[in-house]
Design a protein around this ligand. Structure first.
Ligand code: M6R
Length: 606
């Protein structure tokens, strides 16, 4: 959702704050703002603008103030439209206290009435503004102690939040807090940082501190104090950021998404390191597998599609029943869950609120949690019994690509591991599958070397109103993923269907010229034969069919060839052309590839 940055140190704050915002813009780009102290006890200097960060940057020039601390925000609007007035930071009535926020304050209406009755004047429609007024009163009650005020305020808030505040009376100090929303501390030399994500300060320091739930952090250039809401000082949990700053740069590619598509071979290889060919014995340590009767995968969006593929692999290899649930639906239907259930949340960010809440619900009913996550130190892995980290590196584009492909790899690793545990598969089979997995980086590389014609082909359909994706077995979730990518990037109607379901309704959508992508990876299988019939059916009604396959598909108008692999592993190869189609279509339609409209990378609200 929103991106948050705070800096206090020796540099002029404008530079690290704007640089941090640029790196966090993937989190939200409806508006952006910055607050900087310009003198002790003076009103803060605040600049904020609707639209992308670029709009804000255009208003800044050589006359912008130099100061050694500041906070900045890039917004994904929830309460109040994306206007200048609703942009963060929000100020108290003296203009000396500024606050930025990510999340939703559920009790803001009652707080606002209470504060208005006390004489506070509001200027925006946001939930956040109630918090800055509340903080202003609390700070006065605590004789100017901003951290103590923040603790009091957090105790009164319902909902989810990351908050950062700065006051001009104590300009070197920034106070932050978090509940169900990310906040990390960057530990520098004579300078410190607060941010939603380490990407904001990775060029300055690789030392980071985790913050737990309902913790308040108080930073100056030379000190970092973390407390709980009762005011007890807590020991810091420091970790080193393993990836390099260049991982968060575009590196010559026109978009992050394209770069991330091309990083997939490496992401797969990195995720496999130390986990195949005899090194997978400890994959689930921390989990009591002996009592597991059922597995429930919970996830959202693309991660949900990885979970759907996981169901096929895990059930087939382990003999354990697997359900896959949309995280946003799970806890509201009172699911049957207890100690014999293994919950596998899948999340790139580790912060998706729907997934987190579903996981907490299951945990409170006794389930064990084994998460799959790409973000070290994020909330979902922190609250899990065990974690399998995907090693995709930072994914900046809003549309998930390399994170998805590594989530698939995680599903296979888990399936093979559980299969050995239950005894359904032999050690020889596991070794064979590990070899197949090890070949995937090269095979994805081969796909990437041959997708060029697909880019030209995709442009032919740029004015189509709709595109359909068909698949069977693991090709079905692959088709769903292809459709989601196209929707979010090309803003084009797209749907994924199971091939066998076509005749039950969706075939009515086919018209002359409707583009249909048929995912039919391994030609010599029964499923491919069935898919070939589906291709005939849609072609007979005027569709233009692009088949994704390892061989000839005579009925198709175009065939995009991919290498052969084990049936269950085919989504890893078949999804790559689908990503390219979505990317190319977005470019052809003039859309913002990395920051598609209305979306944000990490969805930290329910
Ligand atoms: O961070 P997560 O993996 O939990 O995110 C889940 C979804 O929000 C995410 O996959 C979303 O669907 C992507 N934008 C899809 O490209």
């Amino acid at each position: 959702m929103c991106g948050i940055v705070g800096y206090t140190g020796k540099s002029s704050a404008l530079t690290p704050v704007l640089e941090g915002l640029r790196r966090l813009e993937y989190r939200g780009y409806d508006s952006a703002g910055i607050a900087i102290p310009v003198g002790i006890g003076q009103p803060l200097w605040v600049e904020k603008r609707a639209g992308k960060l670029g709009n804000l940057e255009q208003t800044l020039d050589g006359t912008s103030p130099q100061s050694h601390s500041g906070i900045g925000h890039t917004r994904w609007a929830t309460h109040g439209g994306p206007t200048d007035r609703n942009a963060h930071p929000h100020l108290d009535n003296e203009g000396k206290l500024a606050l930025i926020h990510n999340g939703i304050i559920e009790n803001y209406v009652e707080l606002r009435s209470e504060l208005e009755a006390k004489g506070h004047h509001f200027v925006s429609e946001t939930d956040t503004e109630s918090v800055v007024h509340l903080l202003s009163d609390a700070r006065k009650a605590h004789d100017g102690d901003l951290a103590a005020a923040m603790r009091d305020v957090c105790a009164r808030l319902r909902g989810s939040f990351t908050l950062l505040a700065i006051h001009s009376d104590d300009p070197d100090r920034i106070v932050g807090a978090r509940r169900n929303s990310p906040l990390v501390v960057g530990v520098g030399d004579g300078e410190n940082f607060l941010a939603s994500d380490v990407a904001a300060f990775i060029t300055h320091t690789k030392r980071a501190l985790e913050l737990g739930q309902d913790e308040v952090v108080d930073i100056t250039p030379t000190s970092i104090v973390i407390t709980n809401l009762a005011g007890d000082v807590l020991p810091p949990h420091e970790y080193e950021i393993s990836w390099d700053a260049s991982a968060a740069e575009r590196g010559g590619f026109s978009h992050f998404m394209l770069k991330e598509i091309y990083e997939q071979p490496k992401a797969i290889a990195d995720t496999l390191i130390g986990r195949i060919n005899g090194f997978d014995a400890h994959l689930t340590s921390g989990i009591d597998l002996a009592h597991i009767k059922k597995i429930v995968i919970i996830a959202a969006g693309t991660a949900f599609h990885a979970g759907l593929v996981g169901k096929y692999a895990i059930e087939q290899w382990s003999g354990l029943a697997v359900e896959v649930e949309l995280a946003s639906e799970y806890r509201y239907r009172e699911p049957i869950v207890d100690r014999t259930t293994l919950i596998i949340p899948i999340s790139q960010s580790g912060e998706t609120m729907d997934t987190l809440m579903a996981m907490r619900y299951a945990k409170s009913h006794g389930a064990q949690i084994f998460s799959v996550c790409n973000t070290n130190g994020s909330t979902i892995p922190r609250e899990s019994d065990a974690v399998l980290y995907t090693i995709a590196g930072p994914e900046i584009a809003v549309a998930s690509t390399k994170a998805f492909i590594t989530q698939l790899i995680a599903m296979y690793l888990i399936g093979l591991h559980l299969g050995q545990f239950t005894g359904v598969i032999t050690a020889e089979f596991v070794a064979q599958m590990h070899d197949e997995l090890a070949e995937l980086p090269d095979k994805v590389e081969q796909v990437l070397e041959t997708v060029e014609p697909l880019r030209t082909l995709t442009r032919q359909f740029k004015d189509s109103s709709s595109m359909l994706f068909l698949g069977r077995h693991v090709g079905f979730p692959t088709a769903l993923e292809g459709a989601l990518k196209l929707k979010e990037l090309a803003y084009m109607h797209a749907e994924g269907f199971a091939g066998g379901e076509l005749k039950h309704g969706p075939i009515a959508l086919i018209d002359i010229g409707t583009p249909v992508v048929a995912v039919m990876p391994n030609v010599d299988t029964l499923l491919a034969e069935k898919m070939a019939s589906n291709v005939q059916e849609v072609k007979a009604r005027g569709a233009v069919v692009i088949a994704i396959s390892n061989g000839e598909v005579p009925a198709a108008n175009h065939v995009i060839r991919i290498p052969s692999t084990h049936d269950l592993l085919t989504p890893v190869l078949a999804v790559v052309p689908l990503q390219v189609i979505a990317y190319e279509m977005a470019v052809a339609r003039g859309n913002d590839v990395d920051q598609p409209r209305n979306l944000a990378k990490s969805v930290t609200v329910e």
